[in-house]
Design a protein around this ligand. Structure first.
Ligand code: CAA
Length: 386
């Protein structure tokens, strides 16, 4: 992907960053992707190399071990890595947006020193545990309990569909001190997964992004000291919501990456595959698909980078992040479906990358807020009196 075609004024440092991320994605991540997809094996070595490149804490200030880069830089890097391997992309996205961000934004200096530094440098990996078996789209009523005890809190409950849940060293956990308070009772904790009473219950087998783990977590009288509470008691819901705003930029970028891979593969195939005595790229039916794929992709990319740049400027970006995720997930699903159509019978086989792209795309319409939730968020903003 040549980003100078996507955005006219990338600065020199962005061009250098993207050259090195593209090279890494093409030479290291992409050649391993089919293996990880088939086996479900976690890409440990790739993540280690990404940590060395500063990709696991991209937006964290340098003094806390991060790369000190912008959200736009992060969006571009996420797209590149996800174009090579969407499983690797989500592992990166969760650590950056859902784990490092809330500690950087809401943690105190002690928490940043203790938890953020190892997470941002990639020595440790994190997960974000909000969803529960009975609370996916509606986390305000979550049931996981936090009971105040001497020196800290005792946690009890279950969490579902947690990306990186099997490998995480630290978990950003949301639990309520009083369910009657609804969202105002929710607290956010950083939990060391080596704590007594923490366990990984079940691992999901999935349609796509098979090399990232999706786990159920269980907390059984799991004690965490006071130093693990992020912000104040009752801040948890707002911490979760504002964290997800940034997470949605990450997942939009993952969707863009998946779609980019499918589009590039389709163009190559269309120019090589001959039917009726000429490359199928000469057929208007195929040209129309390619034109619409490229247009949907670029439209979603501009929305994503717009949301990212508002975040970088300190402007509100809840609506823009929801629009970006809605549009990029929709583009990824449409583009990967048409990519298989362009490839015909070949596209339905595992020999061609578009088969994996199609399976990987679906989750972008579901996690970090379904497409329907994004519409609710956008509508609430559009119809607000402010
Ligand atoms: N930033 C900061 N605060 C926010 C906010 C935001 N984006 N959105 C809402 N709030 C605040 C509101 O201002 C309100 O504050 P007050 O109490 O002071 O008035 C409070 O939160 C409650 O707001 P709402 O009444 O709007 O809350 P709601 O319960 O109606 O929920 C929702 C709104 C948008 C539907 C929300 O529940 C939502 O986003 N649901 C989807 C959850 C989600 O994305 N889950 C994905 C889990 S993560 C994941 O996928 C795991 C993974 O590993 C990848």
């Amino acid at each position: 992907m040549d980003y100078s075609k996507a955005w006219p004024n990338l600065d020199d440092s962005q061009k250098m960053l993207m050259d090195s991320v593209h090279q890494f994605s093409n030479e290291v991540v992409a050649p391993r992707a089919a293996h990880h997809d088939e086996t479900g094996e976690f890409p440990t070595d790739t993540i280690k190399q990404m940590a060395e490149m500063g990709l696991m804490g991209m937006m964290v200030e340098e003094k806390w071990g991060g790369a000190g880069l912008s959200t736009v830089d992060y969006a571009m890097a996420m797209e590149s890595v996800s174009a090579a391997c969407a499983s690797t992309g989500v592992i990166m996205s969760v650590n950056n947006s859902l784990v490092c961000y809330p500690i950087q934004a809401f943690g105190n200096d002690h928490q940043k020193e203790k938890f953020l530094k190892p997470l941002a440098t990639g020595q440790k990996l994190g997960c974000f545990a909000l969803s529960e078996p009975g609370h996916g789209s509606d986390p305000a009523g979550l049931k996981c309990r936090a009971e105040r005890v001497s020196g800290g809190y005792k946690l009890n409950g279950s969490k579902n569909w947690i990306t990186n849940g099997r490998e995480a060293d630290y978990c950003i956990l949301f639990a309520t001190i009083n369910p009657e308070l609804k969202h105002k009772g929710i607290c956010a904790f950083v939990v060391d997964t080596k704590s007594k009473g923490f366990s990984v219950n079940k691992l999901e087998t999935k349609l796509g992004i098979t090399a990232s783990s999706t786990a159920s977590l269980f907390f059984d009288d799991c004690f965490v000291p006071d130093e693990c509470l992020l912000g104040k008691e009752g801040d948890g819901f707002k911490i979760a919501m504002s964290t997800l705003d940034g997470g949605r930029i990450g997942i939009a970028s993952q969707a863009l990456g998946i779609a980019t891979c499918a589009l590039e593969a389709s163009k190559k195939f269309a120019m090589e595959r001959e039917q009726f005595g000429a490359p199928i790229a000469k057929l208007q039916a195929i040209q129309f698909y390619v034109a619409e794929m490229a247009t949907r992709l670029q439209g979603a990319r501009l929305l994503t980078w717009f949301a990212a740049s508002r975040k970088d400027q300190g402007l509100p970006f809840t609506r823009e992040a929801a629009m970006a995720k809605l549009s990029a997930a929709d583009a990824a699903m449409w583009i990967t479906t048409k990519a298989i159509q362009v490839h015909g019978g070949y596209g339905y086989t595992k020999e061609y990358v578009v088969e994996r792209n199609f399976r990987d795309a679906k989750i972008t319409e579901i996690y970090e807020g379904t497409s329907e939730i994004q519409k609710l968020v956008i509508a609430a903003q559009e119809l607000s009196k402010k």
